[in-house]
Design a binder for this molecule. Structure first.
Ligand code: TEU
Length: 554
């Protein structure tokens, strides 16, 4: 029903609690800090918060290594704090979406501690164990964080699978007990009143059971969108999501459109919507993240068309540039110096006018940038430090080269503390921040942005509001009007009643936009843009676009 589908016109705000707001002097953010900022989020106008993991965790991967699914990490607060957050958010009309990480658990989880070193443990079969092959790891699969994906259990001589860090052991979903535990965990939070779930790397849960070597790859084809993944999702959906009316977003690693049509089908049998990352690989050289490469603009547009058209009436996608795993988009695709404000607004416009549900990652709404770290000592992320070790110490990449790559690609680029004001540590903490604040905080901060009507913040407010006012944004189809244009991203959204045209100049040079003859641009058609002096007095087809200019015409 419509009631359950509030998320089709919603915008969701992502909070990375460790870096959001510290209510005290610990140097890491906490739940009380989040509560203190709910009014700020209300002003922004978002409908829901996606909270990245706050469960008990040794924090090897900042909470994506869960050691207890039923309790809150004391670094973030208590269950009472969490319940207060839920109640106060609901009072303000903001829903809460929790992150659920069930592809793997921390090796500090009680299940794994029992399983390790004991083939007779009732929990042994909760994980994936294999005998060595020729005295080596069972397969050549690679961990997403570098190195082989298997770690040895000395006491039993068997290996366990870890697609991520060795402290994140993959659960064995073939075991029905594991699936029952997962349902129980999710029901526990749904029962508390949580409105939905973001499911971490959920398309990796079903592994092909013959565990073969991958002679031309890293193993991902044996577990990505695996043989029983749809069955598993349907089971949980029926048992939990459909019972509680939860909104669900699956994080899909290296997935395909065909699978995503099924995951997010309007029949509601699996998930509400999906994240895919193909558009964020347009600056990977030959698919390799650990390179320094400019983005391929034509490819970026092709990817958007493929997904916008492919999901229309067949599924539902999340719209986003930023999250806690991606560098800041204004540094990545925009200009984080001279045209920071213009390019941040343009980039936001170009995804917010598409079909789907937009996600705004903390700090994106004020145009936060990459911090420009220059030393490996400044980084904390397990993936970044692993890759530094592998590439510099084992592969001989120069330190300078690796630091340049990290400055462009590291996940820590988006994890720097939220910049609240121009006071000490950007107002993030009274103590010493766990990760260095970007030095531009006196200029770029929330207090300043809220006080300035022309800021990126107020522009996001307009985008969020527009989505609720113009049905065509939610329902219209999508056509790229200039797929070959080297500088402009110009697409049309069309419904029975409305035509919307979104024009975006992705570069710092002016350019002409020649619209199709059928589109007469007149005064009154202009509804939003990032420059104030727009002139559409005379009906025309040709527009002059300024650096990073965007315009939305209706
Ligand atoms: O990320 C899954 C994932 O595959 C990534 O986006 C990953 O960070 C990237 O491949 C690294 O190059 C999710 C979480 O969002 C991430 O923070 C976790 O580290 C990961 O799962 C493991 O739980």
């Amino acid at each position: 029903t419509e009631q359950q589908e509030w998320w089709r016109t919603a915008t969701i705000y992502q909070i990375y609690p460790k870096s959001f707001c510290d209510s005290g002097s610990q140097g890491t953010g906490d739940i009380q800090g989040i509560i203190s900022k709910l009014d700020y989020l209300k002003t922004l106008g978002v409908d829901a918060i996606w909270l990245t993991p706050v469960y008990c965790s040794p924090m090897v991967d900042n909470g994506y290594d869960i050691s207890d699914y039923y309790n809150i990490n004391p670094d973030f607060g208590t269950m009472t704090d969490f319940e207060q957050l839920l109640a106060e958010a609901h009072q303000k009309g903001i829903r809460i979406v929790m992150d659920i990480v069930v592809n793997h658990t921390s090796t500090e989880h009680a299940w794994f501690k029992s399983a390790l070193g004991d083939t007779q443990s009732p929990y042994r079969d909760y994980y994936i164990w294999k005998d060595p092959v020729n005295g080596q790891a069972p397969t050549n699969w690679e961990s997403k964080f570098g190195g082989n994906a298997w770690a040895l259990d000395d006491a039993t001589g068997q290996y366990y699978l870890h697609l991520f860090a060795k402290e994140q052991a993959d659960l064995n979903w073939e075991n029905p007990k594991v699936r029952a535990e997962v349902k129980e965990v999710i029901s526990f939070w749904a029962e508390k009143g949580v409105d939905g779930f973001r499911l971490d790397v959920i398309n990796l849960i079903s592994k092909q059971q013959d565990f073969q070597n991958d002679d031309n790859g890293d193993g991902r084809r044996f577990y990505t969108d695996g043989p029983r993944v749809h069955q598993y999702l349907q089971e949980i959906s029926e048992a939990v999501f459909q019972q509680y009316g939860s909104v669900t977003v699956g994080e899909m690693s290296s997935t395909t459109l065909e699978h995503c049509q099924q995951y997010s089908s309007p029949d509601g049998k699996e998930l509400s919507m999906v994240f895919n990352f193909h558009h964020l690989k347009a600056d990977y050289l030959n698919g390799d993240k650990w390179t320094k490469a400019p983005f391929d603009f034509l490819q970026l547009k092709q990817i958007f068309s493929h997904w916008q058209q492919g999901l229309h009436n067949k599924g539902w996608g999340a719209l986003f540039w930023c999250n806690h795993d991606q560098p800041r988009v204004v540094s990545r695709l925009g200009d984080d110096q001279q045209y920071r404000v213009e390019s941040a607004k343009m980039l936001a416009t170009s995804v917010h006018m598409m079909q789907g549900t937009p996600y705004v990652y903390q700090g994106e709404e004020i145009g936060m940038t990459n911090p420009g770290y220059t030393s490996i000592a400044q980084y904390r992320d397990v993936e970044s430090t692993n890759m530094y070790d592998i590439m510099v110490n084992q592969q001989g990449v120069s330190e300078a080269e690796m630091l340049a790559i990290l400055a462009q690609k590291s996940r820590d680029n988006s994890r720097t503390p939220m910049q609240w004001n121009d006071r000490k540590h950007a107002g993030f903490t009274q103590g010493q921040p766990w990760l260095e604040v970007a030095v531009n905080y006196p200029e770029i901060n929330a207090e300043k942005a809220v006080a300035d009507d022309d800021s990126v913040f107020h522009y996001y407010r307009k985008l969020i509001k527009l989505r609720k006012e113009l049905a065509v944004i939610t329902t219209g189809d999508y056509t790229d009007l200039m797929p070959e244009h080297p500088q402009l991203f110009c697409y049309r959204r069309q419904s029975d009643k409305q035509t919307l045209v979104c024009i975006n100049n992705y570069y710092g040079q002016e350019t002409e936009c020649q619209l199709p003859e059928t589109l007469h641009v007149k005064q009154g058609h202009y509804i939003l843009g990032n420059y104030s002096d727009h002139q559409h007095q005379v009906p025309c087809h040709q527009l002059a676009l300024k650096p990073y200019e965007c315009r939305v015409l209706l």
